[in-house]
Ligand binder design. Structure first.
Ligand SMILES: Cc1ncc(COP(=O)(O)O)c(C=O)c1O
Length: 405
């Protein structure tokens, strides 16, 4: 079959593939533990459900404006004022089919073929593929000091005349690292002074631990006129536990938002009106669900880190936020894909290979599931990898016998 060069250059989403694998194994009756997931297990807020149901009941399910319905845009404007202390108008806001689509459309709006987009590594799996989909070149940057915390120097060294945009995701998927105030301030000033687009992917900004306070990029922007190249993206998938609703948004200059809206209008006509109503319901409704989720995740993180620390040979750093930890398993196996396959095959624990995020030898382990899954999952992994553990392991009434060394 003759597919386009771009289609041939794009890999499938490894996160979605892992979810499918989990579903297939569960259907077969395998006692799977999914530590690779990227979605909170709590229920969507009642305000979101009620808003969607009420609109469905009207029976009038029409096209919506390509940039979003007024109720959702107003909710995003209020959100921006409350969390970023920044007043914007509806012309600065576009609602989208998930944060993913907001980023994708932004890249389509700014990138010419061969232009480069820089982002710190480890990175969210979709950034390189999205850049490639636009004909651009992804430029992942691993911090020189071997940490998960980039410096401006790391980024600066990779800037070329082709650099069109930088994407920053803090706290970060997959490491959980929240970048320092100095770094955010430096990168905002740097991009502004060089005329480079800066996309702040703030999707995890409410899921911070140990009393950390979110760092607001607008504080450091000198130029917030219509020439600003700063774009903030966010969504309801993580903090409001609404990934299946597929609603995200972007806030930026009128010109950029207008260009993005034109693109989105032809692509999808914008997200479904029912789901937009639900997102508006979540953003304007009772907010305690977000803090409850954050507290649960902080507790889950502590349990996961405790268990990993007692796992000989594994190096782990404490996540500042999100619901992921990125642990170094290279003493056991340097090829993280091989290791992840091994763990599925031998003990039915699903993990995400670090290579998918730009750093081999690591596994991304999620703690958005139950405490039991976290404890049992790590115990199974220990049993599979630590050859000093007993030769047998019981999972329910299934007996596993080690047949590898
Ligand atoms: C860093 C990051 N950005 C964006 C997204 C996409 O979120 P959404 O569900 O809003 O499209 C994800 C989802 O995993 C993510 O981890």
């Amino acid at each position: 079959m003759s597919l386009s060069q771009i289609a041939r250059s794009i890999s499938p989403s490894p996160t979605l593939a892992l979810n499918e694998k989990a579903a297939i194994l569960r259907e077969k009756g395998d006692p799977v533990i999914h530590l690779g997931g990227g979605e909170p297990k709590s229920r969507a807020p009642m305000d979101a459900i009620m808003a969607a149901v009420s609109h469905l009941n009207s029976g009038e399910i029409r096209y919506a404006p390509a940039d979003g319905i007024p109720a959702l845009k107003q909710a995003i404007i209020r959100y921006t004022e409350e969390h970023y202390n920044r007043k914007v108008s509806p012309l600065h806001v576009m609602a989208s089919g998930g944060t993913k689509q907001a980023i994708m459309v932004a890249l389509q709006a700014v990138l010419n073929p061969q232009e480069e987009v820089i982002f710190p590594a480890p990175y969210w799996v979709s950034y390189p593929e999205m850049v490639k989909l636009c004909g651009g070149i992804p430029v992942p940057v691993l911090p020189e000091d071997g940490s998960f915390y980039p410096t401006l120097r790391d980024i600066e060294q990779r800037v070329s005349s082709y650099t069109k945009a930088v994407i920053i995701n803090s706290p970060n998927n997959p490491t959980g690292a929240m970048y320092s105030r100095d770094f955010i301030s430096d990168i905002v000033e740097f991009c502004e002074s060089r005329g480079i687009y800066l996309i702040m992917d703030d999707i995890y900004h409410k899921l911070l631990f140990d009393d950390r306070k979110f760092i607001n990029c607008y504080e450091f922007a000198k130029d917030l006129s219509e020439n600003s190249k700063l774009l903030v993206v966010n969504g309801v998938s993580k903090a409001y536990a609404m990934p299946g609703f597929r609603i995200g948004w972007a806030v930026g200059s009128k010109k950029l938002i207008e260009a993005m809206t034109n693109i989105q209008g032809h692509q999808t006509s914008g997200p479904s009106i029912i789901l937009q109503k639900a997102a508006a319901g979540a953003l304007t409704g009772i907010q305690s669900c977000v803090e409850n989720l954050r507290i649960t995740l902080e507790n889950n993180r502590n349990v996961m880190i405790d268990h990993l620390r007692s796992f000989e040979g594994v190096k782990v750093s404490v996540p500042d936020g999100t619901f992921y930890t990125f642990a170094d398993f290279s003493t056991y196996e340097k090829n993280s894909r091989k290791l992840s396959d091994f763990l599925i095959e031998k003990v039915q624990v699903l993990t995400m290979p670090g290579s998918e995020f730009g750093l081999d030898g690591f596994l991304r382990l999620s703690y958005c599931g139950s405490l039991k899954d976290i404890r049992d999952g790590i115990e199974r992994m220990k049993w599979a990898l630590d050859l000093n553990s007993p030769n047998e392991l019981y999972i329910g009434d299934r007996k596993l016998v080690r047949d590898w060394s």
